[in-house]
Design a protein around this ligand. Sequence first.
Ligand code: SAH
Ligand code: SF4
Length: 367
Amino acid sequence: MTTETCNLLGLDQAALTAWLAARGQRAFHARQLMAWIYRRRCTNFDAMTDLSMAFRAVLKEQARIVPPELVDTRESRDGTRKWLLDSGTGNRVEMVFIPEADRGTLCISSQVGCAMDCAFCATGAQGFNRNLTSAEIVGQLWLANKLLPPRTCDLPAVSNVVFMGMGEPLANYRNLLPAIRIFTDPLGFNLSKRRVTVSTSGLVPAMDRLSEEGDVSLAISLHAPDNALRDELVPINRRHPVEELMAACRRYIQGGTHRHVLIEYVMLDGVNDTDAHARRLARRLNGLNAKVNLIPFNPYPDARFECSSRERIDCFREILLNAGIMTVTRRTRGDDIEAACGQLAGQVRDRTRHRIGARRLQSEITA
Ligand code: SAH
Ligand code: SF4
């Protein structure tokens, strides 16, 4: 009888230790294995020469270290890179690397498609196929660091990770959490918790769990200052309205030290970008330790919106700044290769739960 091998990329230190214990192996082997996997980026058990032959034989029989398969690579004229990754049964997800002078940011996917159905998002328009496994999430960072030249001889290429690719990360909480642990574990990727950002459309119960268990940076896709408009743009708002979302942001900030929340606001021409919207947004954020990122809308085929003009975005920003809210306009990167925010569509097949959005029960989403 053949048994399915375990992809070790999906096991955080505690899970790896338990997996080894179940096979009669001592806990210190977890540290040795993690050094091979994350420091040396080795996938071949035979090369792990500080492990006994007998232990290596067990690993070869029962485990594997396999990142997602690379299907295509594109590089933008601004240096941004987009990779298309195979996620089985004809599905593909995308990840994007954005190089900057002082950092290298990897934007990763958490689901094949997305069920949240936000009105302005290419991923949402694709519908939902399935959650990525922890190994598939971790495998993206592992692969990027393997493919890219290091920043310095000891520092890998990726210094920051943002869950802003395909999918709603908090709707895949179960697989997200081990991935976050591996990203921030000194024996894993050793990233500072402030350099890992989870972006959410506003799944309030999972935000509270993340506050307790994750302690990473949080970004909220707000996009509208009040419920009538947000109900239309971000359908999950019908389940968790703006007041509830803002209260959850406050709890998140108070739940740890040095925490703030990043508010994302996509600029949609004539929809959410007037002076009145800016003033209402400023009032909404009053007293919250928040920073606002204005995101110029990135078009995609069949999109129903257009991007606000440069002047409009500047006026909107001025109003927020005058209200004392730190606000920056996000620079559009990689739009010539459809790698900019909201343009990631991958390839989503078998959309059995196509565009469920707010109609799906919260308990199902976070289960
Ligand atoms: N699902 C998560 C994370 C992925 S989307 C979330 O919604 O937060 C990352 C960011 O891109 C979110 O703020 C999202 O609202 C924004 N976005 C989606 N479509 C966009 C588009 N067409 N143009 C600009 N930003 C977009
Ligand atoms: Fe999903 Fe985020 Fe796109 Fe909304 S904006 S459909 S939550 S990926």
